[in-house]
Every structure is written in C-alpha cells, then in structure tokens.
Design a protein around this ligand. Structure first.
Ligand SMILES: Nc1ncnc2c1ncn2[C@@H]1O[C@H](COP(=O)(O)OP(=O)(O)OP(=O)(O)O)[C@@H](O)[C@H]1O
Length: 258
C-alpha cells in the first residue's frame, strides 16, 4: 500500500515577536480530508500558528509543505491561491453588506473578468457574475442561511455571523479550511449546529480542516487528530484518545508544570 503525502506538513516551525518566542520548533502533518484540532491554554501559540500556515506571518525557521510543494515563506495571497481559506477569532466580515455580498467576496479569486469589464458590465463580466453568484447561492443553501441572504450582516445574531464567515470561506472552494475558534461565544445548541456543518463540509467536499477550539468536548467529538500546544511548544499529537491520556497534555491543562 502506498502512503499518501499529507496535504499539510509543518517542519520545525519557529516564530518570535521582537525576540520573544511564540512558537518553538513545531512539526506535525495533516492528512487530506482530516479534521485536526489545535488546542492549548491561552497564549500557547495557536492563532500564531494558523497565521503562519496561511502566510500572514513568516516563520523565523522551518518549512511548510502544502499539496506537495514546500515553502519557507508563503505570502497570504499565495496561500489563498493554493486553496487555503481562513475564518477569524473576531469575525472579519463586511458588517454593512448583505450576507450574499459577503459570500460573493469569497469568490474574488475565481473571478475571470477584469475591472473594466465589470465596470461596464461587458465582455466576460455578465457570465462571470452569474457563475460566481450560482456558487455563492449553493454555499448559502448548504449552510442553510437562505432566509438571511439579503440581510445586512451586522444586524444578525453572533452565531449566524459565524456561519456567514464559514460560508464566505467555503465559497472559495478551499482544499484547506483554517477555523479560528468557530464556536467561540456560542451556546451548546449553536455549537452542535456548527460542528455538524463542519463535519458536513468535510464529508461533502472532502475539505481538510484545521481548527482552534477551547471546548474540549467539542474537539474530541469533531476531530480525528489533535495537536496540543503549550507555551509555543508541541506537547501532544495524536488521536483524541492518545492525547487525552498523554501525561504532558494532562500536566499542561491541569497546570502541574506551570
Ligand atoms: N502580533 C503579535 N505581536 C506580539 N506578540 C504576539 C503577537 N501575536 C501573538 N503574540 C504573542 O505570542 C504568543 C502566542 O499568542 P497566540 O495568540 O498565538 O496564542 P493562542 O494560543 O492563539 O491564544 P488564545 O487562545 O488566547 O487566542 C502570546 O504570548 C502572544 O502574546
């Protein structure tokens, strides 16, 4: 049996801010189609690591391989073109725009017409708009937000805004979806709903997911792979069961080594 190369592989990644180390020598691999959770106490380096994966931060050391290509430096735009999409801890939507228009912004990289054609609504622009719109509507259906498609995002409850942010990320048809605390601030019912949407995304489109989540119950149910960070270092990496029984992880969470 031939083993498939992982979709994403981090090798010896380190990152510091003004000499203070946020991430130290982190390596792990994420297989195609996997849901991988990054967990760890506040300040452990989880968000910084997502920012390294999608090219917002350049690591001081280390290499990232994505889809069999290796990068020591990858720019955010390059990451998006390669198929890496991202949601944020603090929702980053255009709050004054409708749900549909926000989801359409997720299609920006797929647009084939140029700005002049779009301004004059000529050439490739009309057909292009229709095809982007069809895809955006499909995602809106998939995440069951049809009834709010024309609502202004800023007027929607927080849980729905989180779903719109997921919709915008999915509209780009990513191979790798990075979710920074997709369930933060949600009640249990909303968390269950969001977990179901994430699982449906993986099943329906084969999307690989790396997510940060603080609710360990949610993590253990949703992910097949868990990576644990503590003070910028990796202290656990395995299945939920392996991680749950790892003494270093228990120590990080119970604070016995702090
Ligand atoms: N832009 C920045 N400038 C300076 N220091 C930063 C910056 N971003 C993160 N840090 C520091 O890097 C370390 C890791 O932070 P990071 O936000 O990645 O942790 P986290 O695990 O995502 O935390 P949380 O769960 O609280 O979001 C922290 O000490 C933080 O203060």
């Amino acid at each position: 049996m031939t083993a498939h190369a992982p979709l994403l592989e981090l090798q010896h990644i380190s990152l510091s801010f003004k000499g203070i180390k946020a991430i130290t020598d982190i390596s792990f691999a994420v297989q195609q189609g996997e849901i991988c959770a990054l967990i760890g106490p506040n300040g452990a380096g989880k968000s910084s690591l997502l920012n390294v994966i999608n090219g917002v931060y350049q690591p001081d050391e280390g290499v990232i391989s994505f889809n069999s290509k290796s990068y020591s430096r990858m720019k955010a735009h390059q990451a998006a073109v390669q198929g890496i999409a991202r949601t944020f801890q603090n929702i980053a939507l255009f709050k004054g725009m409708s749900v549909l228009d926000n989801v359409l912004t997720g299609r920006n990289l797929k647009v084939r017409s140029n700005w002049l054609e779009q301004m004059l609504n000529s050439g490739r622009a009309p057909a292009d708009y229709v095809s982007q719109r069809i895809k955006a509507e499909e995602v809106i259906d998939f995440l069951r937000i049809n009834q709010w498609r024309n609502s202004i995002v800023g007027t929607l409850p927080y849980g729905l805004q989180k779903r719109v942010e997921l919709a915008r990320a999915l509209a780009s048809e990513p191979r790798l979806l990075l979710l920074d605390e997709p369930m933060a601030g949600m009640n249990n019912e909303e968390k269950a709903e969001m977990s179901a949407f994430i699982l449906d995304t993986q099943r329906e489109f084969g999307t690989t997911v790396v997510l940060i989540e603080h609710d360990i119950g949610v993590v253990m149910n949703l992910s097949g792979h868990v990576v644990v960070l503590d003070y910028g270092k990796k202290v656990g990496d395995g299945t939920p069961d392996e991680v749950r029984h790892n003494p270093e992880v228990i120590a990080a969470y119970l604070g016995t080594k702090h």
